[in-house]
Each structure stands twice: as structure tokens, then as C-alpha cells.
Design a protein around this ligand. Sequence first.
Ligand SMILES: Nc1ncnc2c1ncn2[C@@H]1O[C@H](COP(=O)(O)OP(=O)(O)OP(=O)(O)O)[C@@H](O)[C@H]1O
Length: 254
Amino acid sequence: MKFDQVVKRFGSNTVLDHLDFSVDRGERVTLIGPSGSGKTTILRLLMTLEKVNDGVIWVDDEPFSHMRTPGGQLRPANEKHLSAIRRKIGMVFQQFNLFPNMRVLQNITEAPIHVLGQDRAKAEARARELLEMVGLGDRADAHPSQLSGGQQQRVAIARALAMDPEILLLDEVTSALDPELVADVLNVLRDVARETDITMLIVTHEMQFARDVSHRVLMFDHGRIVESGPPDQIFGNPTEERTQRFLRAVLEER
Ligand SMILES: Nc1ncnc2c1ncn2[C@@H]1O[C@H](COP(=O)(O)OP(=O)(O)OP(=O)(O)O)[C@@H](O)[C@H]1O
């Protein structure tokens, strides 16, 4: 995946200013930085919830924000291109947004059956495997309201994985949880990181988790990358004053 000179503005506010970065297949990258630095905007562009003002996003060497004309030129993606391409992307949000009137199993199989056209038996078998993986093998028939927030978030992780995404976006997935439920969710994500080769883009304030699972950390400020490197370097020995100040502030919040 590659952001090539991406510009995103909201009115006169330039949130991403000619942003360039790439993420390799299978790489896990954490975005850190102060509030308003553009991290969520990057994830929303990849979810096709926002459109770039300039520059191009590429996934698998194919234009993502754009599409090719028969003459080989790039033009902004239309709805058809976006709906095909957004299937490559899975996302888990701060709010779990499960379908409240569907049981856990159906929450997971809904999109594979209705969007990907998977056979029901196959989708259910895969959903049960994923429920085992997130430690909820015995809750397939529960309704979301019968689960804790942490369990609901683990269902949301299984639901995202059921679409076999190439890229998984995690946006502050533990921020809405009671503190005692955070560890279970992060442990499930550590397992996902260990057992799959899904590319992950992670926004989190859980610095130890970021350190454990990321190959690389990008520090953002005002829509630009201030510093990037392996987690041990960024968290252990950051060179930029802006990164040092940000990490001190995060530690003080704890
Ligand atoms: N839909 C929108 N309309 C107008 N401005 C927006 C919109 N979405 C984001 N912004 C602005 O874009 C900037 C970047 O926001 P973004 O949410 O990407 O930052 P962030 O780094 O994810 O912050 P946080 O950690 O608080 O979530 C902010 O100035 C924000 O006010």
C-alpha cells in the first residue's frame, strides 16, 4: 500500500499535506501522534469514507483512490471501483457496531454471505473457527447485548477477519473499553499478528501493544511524518524532539 503525495483538506484546513509513505505486504505499522495529526483521516481514506484532494493511494500496485481509463490515465475512482476495492480492507473501530438483532454467528457470516456470495455452510464453519481464535467459541448463539464490551470487540475482530481482508485497519480499538477488558482484546490481536500475514495499520494509545506487534512506527504531527522507525527505536530512543514530547505526554496521562 502506498500513499503518493496525498493531500486531504477539510475546507481551508489541510490535514494531510503531500503525504508519502508505503507499507509492505504483511507489514504491521502503527501510527502515533497528537490528536488532530491526521491518523484517523488516513484510515478513513482507506475505508473509502473520504476522498483525496490530490495525490494517489495505491494498493497492490493498483490505484485505490483512482481508476485507470482505457487510455491508461488515472481518474478519481467511481462508486463501482470503490465498492470492489474496499473489500480488500477490514476495519475494527473504537465502537464495535455489531448488529444488535443478530446473533454472534450471524454478525460474522452476514457480509461473507451477502457481499462475497459465500456458501452459508462454508461461511459458518469459518465463523466458528474465527470465534475459537478470539476465545468465544461457545458464544456463537449469544446476542451482542449478552456480551461484555471486550467480547463484542473480539466478535468485531472476527467479523473483520471473516472477509479475508488484505489490510486490517485498527482504530483505537480499546479506547471505549473498561480497563480490565483491554488485555483480552489486545491478546487476541497479538495472536492475529502472530498467526496471519495480514497487513495492519494500527492507531493506538497502547504503546506496549504497539511495541509488541509493529514492525514500524510512524510519528505524525500536522499531517506529516516527523519520524519513523522500528518500535524499539521510536519508543526507546526517539531522535525528534516532537516525538519525545509526545511520548512524555502519553506516559504522563497514564
Ligand atoms: N469530517 C471532517 N470535517 C472537518 N474536519 C475534519 C473532519 N475529519 C477530520 N477533520 C479534521 O482533520 C484533522 C485531523 O483529524 P484526525 O481525526 O485525522 O486526527 P487524529 O490524528 O486521528 O486525531 P485523534 O487522535 O484525536 O483521533 C483535525 O483537525 C480534524 O478536526
